[in-house]
Design a binder for this molecule. Structure first.
Ligand SMILES: [Zn+2]
Length: 99
């Protein structure tokens, strides 16, 4: 049996488990792509860089691509997360109701 622990509070998740998946990617507008962008040969660039190195261990790919994160949360932390997914208090809404 697989045991999960909450990525926020670190406690073992015994009941409901929630997963949060976040993808961070540069927002590019396809309409602004130039012919130069499309003609760029990335494989050629990588091959060129590789040939400059003695060992492939020294080769690091620049982090420009989309990055995905996945977290397991307990129900309590999930509630907290949904209130402020960006880790800060939500921006007050104009139509906030005063009970
Ligand atoms: Zn938790």
């Amino acid at each position: 049996m697989i045991h999960y622990s909450c990525d926020l509070c670190g406690k073992r998740i015994r009941d409901e488990r929630y997963t949060v998946k976040v993808e961070v990617a540069a927002a590019t507008d396809p309409e602004h792509l130039t012919d130069a962008d499309l003609e760029e040969d990335h494989l050629q660039q990588i091959a060129a860089e590789l040939s400059l190195l003695d060992s492939t261990a020294e080769f690091t790919i620049p982090e420009t691509g989309p990055k995905e994160f996945a977290f397991d949360l307990c129900s309590g932390c999930c509630q907290t997360y949904m209130k402020s997914p960006l880790g800060r208090a939500p921006v007050a809404r104009p139509n906030f109701s005063h009970n």
